[in-house]
Design a protein around this ligand. Structure first.
Ligand code: GLN
Length: 483
């Protein structure tokens, strides 16, 4: 079975080239061969997946159809799936078994997907390299000495290494797009509110979004059709109509205006990235689109605003891990206060603790106005930058990260350097707009480079449309790592 996309697998299953069980067995065989090196998964859900594949085969035999019938999909390990571990790659949730399905999982099951396992991530989605996982470090399948990106690095690596047909990740400040770029795959962060967060373990609730990580834009559209749409279980889920993203792929892109934010180029941008992204813009122009320069003047405040606000929200969200209701409880404590303290001290990793401390600090009286409130004001200014820019263009294009995948350990002792590498992705989360990464070339060292497409609120259609047309014209998305 040669590296099928979701679309190809669907056709081949329907044509009975192989059964869903055979496809699943092939994927697990691939995992058995390569995952010792890549380490993309935390848990495999072999029994559940096997049952789902058998059920899919019965349905296929009966002539039934569903958008993902028989297709093996992986989930980032902060998405709850009933009866399976959901660890967030944290010691504190190491033994937590979810009693319910996240809405996205429910929808994937209804669509016939075969859910094969939970992928590695930075603890509680805090990080840009996967090195903050309590369990192990995921490697970049293109070069095992490099990081796969984060925090959805397990999902990115699993798709790139052909250890699943597609995966879900989550993006709070770039965690779908940056690993997608580092691993040479396609990743979409939807508009805030487009995909239900019910059953997604919260990091920063006003930023978090679940989205697809796939081999092609076409596959991302299929997953969006399945997971998107209003959900009464999530009060921040938007009650807006869900378009048919697959139908949108064939729209005409000729008249589109693409904005090139000038703040995303120049000083600090790696030369290979700059060259490759500018070439991609030329390709988009040759496809009939018009590129114009736009400005996002408050970009320089994005990193600071994001790390203040996301940490503030995280400090509140993570207060629930106290050793009482669920998760790890410290064995050595004589009284309740010590139990809380020791549980959190022993259960959380260093980066998570750093963020809880920072978040608690910026929310504390006396500092609230100086930091949290200022962060909110900067967020509004950044949002207004996008509104202004979108008066002149239909979508924006730029780099995903200042450099290709860095080496394992390279930024681990320098959290600030790690934070700064998020400069081009976090604005989309601050503004709540959809944004996407698609492969657009490689560096001198053969590491993948991602092109970022940013859209207007609830206009994932244009992003998927342009990405699909670009993938029709180029073959960057067809390159695979050799493992
Ligand atoms: N790298 C960013 C952070 O560490 C983004 C993480 C994310 O999107 N979950 O917060």
């Amino acid at each position: 079975m040669h590296q099928p996309t979701i679309i190809q697998a669907r056709h081949q299953l329907k044509e009975k080239k192989y059964s869903a069980v055979e496809l699943l067995d092939a994927v697990y065989k691939r995992i058995d061969v390569v995952d010792g090196k890549v380490k993309a998964y935390i848990h495999l859900t072999r029994d559940i997946a096997h049952r789902q594949a058998e059920e899919a085969d019965q349905k296929l035999a009966a002539g039934e159809d569903a958008p993902l019938l028989g297709v093996p999909i992986a989930l980032k390990d902060l998405i709850c799936m009933k009866g399976t571990h959901t660890t967030c790659a944290s010691h504190i949730l190491e033994n937590f078994v979810s009693p319910y399905d996240a809405t996205v999982v429910k929808r994937l099951k209804e669509a016939g997907a075969v859910l094969i396992g939970k992928t590695n991530m930075d603890e509680f989605a805090m990080g840009s390299s996967n090195e903050n996982s309590y369990f192990h470090v995921t490697k970049n399948p293109w070069d095992l000495n490099h990081v796969p990106g984060g925090s959805s690095g397990g999902s990115g690596a699993a798709v790139a290494a052909n250890e699943c047909m597609g995966a879900l990740g989550s993006d709070t400040g770039g965690s779908i797009r940056q690993p997608a770029a580092f691993c040479g795959i396609t990743g979409l962060k939807p508009t805030y509110g487009r995909v239900s967060r019910f059953g997604l373990v919260a990091f920063a609730s006003s930023f978090d979004q679940i989205g697809p990580m796939t081999k092609t834009a076409e596959d991302a559209a299929i997953l969006m059709n399945v997971i998107g749409g209003h959900d009464p279980m999530d009060s921040t889920s938007a009650d807006v109509a869900l378009p048919d993203f697959t139908a949108a792929l064939s729209n005409d892109v000729k008249e589109l205006k693409i904005g090139i934010p000038k703040e995303y180029f120049g000083k600090g941008l790696n030369a290979d990235i700059e060259k490759t992204v500018l070439e991609a813009i030329k390709t988009l122009e040759s496809m009939g689109m018009q590129a114009i320069e736009v400005s996002l003047p408050h970009t320089e405040y994005a990193v600071a605003a994001y790390y203040i606000l996301a940490c503030a929200e995280a400090s509140a969200n993570l207060s629930r891990y106290d050793g009482v209701k669920y998760g790890y409880r410290s064995g050595h404590a004589d009284n309740l206060m010590d139990m809380y303290t020791n549980t959190r001290e022993e259960g959380f990793g260093e980066e998570v603790k750093r963020r809880i401390l920072l978040g608690t600090f910026v929310l504390s009286s006396g500092y609230y106005d100086a930091y949290y409130l200022k962060g909110q004001k900067a967020r509004t200014l950044i949002k207004q930058d996008f509104e202004e820019a979108y008066k002149k263009c239909d979508l924006m294009v730029g780099p995903i990260a200042p450099a290709p995948a860095f080496k394992l350990g390279e930024k681990l002792d320098d959290p600030l350097q790690m934070y700064l590498s998020d400069i081009f992705t976090i604005s989309a989360n601050l503004a709540g707009i959809p944004a996407m990464s698609i492969p657009c070339g490689q560096s001198k060292d053969n590491l993948p480079i991602g092109l970022q497409l940013m859209g207007k609120h609830f206009d994932e259609e244009t992003l998927l449309n342009v990405a699909h047309r670009y993938q029709h014209t180029t073959d960057h998305h067809l390159q695979h790592p050799t493992l």
